[in-house]
Unconditional design. Sequence first.
Length: 172
Amino acid sequence: MPEASETIDQLIEESYLLGLSEEEIRADLDRFVEVCGKVIRQHVHDRKQMQELAQKLARTRALSLIEDQQDDDELPIDVQVNDRSAREQFAEKVARNKCLILKTIRDCNPKLEELIEKERYPTLIQEADGPLLFSAGAGKGTARDMFFKVFYVVTLMFVLLLVYLVLLQQNF
């Protein structure tokens, strides 16, 4: 099912890009390329793996350019596909290219794709991991505070139960 998940990823990326202007799409693409380059430079130290990755990325880029050219050649200039604007078509191409780049990187080294995603969406990754109750810094204080709150509630319930039992005993 990797094809289905890749298609879903591409649709998610495209829907995000459709909310941006053409200049913002270009800026997002530039940031994406910058993040990919940064992660690759920081984490790939093997010259052979770097060359292999560069060759695959160049091949992916060439295939993408050929595919884009074929799409452009098949349509008359004045016709829009399914009433889609040039910005929508551009967003689709950018989303497809980003997904192809990530797939190529994943094929060479799956860990690089994870690192790129963490770099691209640091807050989303942290939110997906859940709240940090037991982290090194504030986690100890938070866990201790939570313990005291639970202890306080239990003690309060116990005191209320005692008061209720005393009142019940006085009525009999």
